[in-house]
Design a binder for this molecule. Sequence first.
Ligand code: C2E
Ligand code: MG
Ligand code: MG
Ligand code: MG
Length: 283
Amino acid sequence: QADMAMYRAKAAGRDTLRFFDPQMQVEVSARAALATSLRHGLEHGEFLLHYQSQVDVAGLVTGAEGFLRWQHPQRGLLEPADFIRLAEETATILPLGRWVLEMACVQLAAWSERPETAGLTLAINISALQFHHPDFVEQVLAAVDRHGCNPNRLKLEITENLLLDDRDATIAKMSLLGARGISFALDDFGTGYSSLNDLGQLPLKELKIDLSFVRDLGTNANDAAIARTIIALGETFALDVIAEGVETEAQRDWLAGHGCRAFQGYLFGRPGPSAMPAARLDG
Ligand code: C2E
Ligand code: MG
Ligand code: MG
Ligand code: MG
């Protein structure tokens, strides 16, 4: 009777009732082990950033986005899908996010030393929990100051849903960082719940067309309409627009033909450990 205890399985969706099953117990202890090894990994330098170029219409590299990777001693190189959600649930994303910020500032400072890389921007992903932390603004400014990097080169990628919470504080934080030259991009744009009002009122610099709309541009009229709309929104609100997940010439040409002027995706390079993008790419 005891092992028939019902519980609500969050992972299975809203209010799904399930019976106890041994597989679940395996998952629970696997998660606990992963949570422990996340913290251990952070203390032992197992995390790294991979960089992916961002290019303009002429194919010139304008900067990069940093993606978190975990060089796990047993499981090999892990991607965010393997650990970010758990890091968020256990708040390990807070020290992890600070580490990413630190790395980004180190990289920007290194780029600033060479004329051919001094103008590059670096974007990093900020999780909602990290953004809403009371010390977030101070942490960002302290990291920038500590490494003496140019705040105009740092881009923070946030997602639309982050804007739903604590609106006044969100605007205040973005404005404080914006006043110091740090810019914000709305990642995965079109998949969340921002309002048109947000686009005019928030101190945003850039919209990122989510890769799910880029994938089937040529064949899916709905995706193409969304991409066109995002580009038009960018024009209306004077925001830069960058397309992510650009894999083919046809996608790039379609986007460029519809007024998109910045691109990121496998066509221009996969994310990798080298933080020195080629000065110029063909494409
Ligand atoms: P995102 O920021 O929207 O990043 C785009 C994802 O698409 C990345 O996956 C990137 O490697 C991948 N990608 C790039 N070009 C292409 C392409 O041409 N085709 C396809 N199919 N995919 C492409 P990744 O590195 O696995 O990261 C996944 C997500 O994890 C990111 O989505 C971001 O939300 C999150 N993430 C990554 N690094 C960090 C981090 O440092 N902190 C936080 N909080 N989240 C991170
Ligand atoms: Mg991103
Ligand atoms: Mg994205
Ligand atoms: Mg994404």
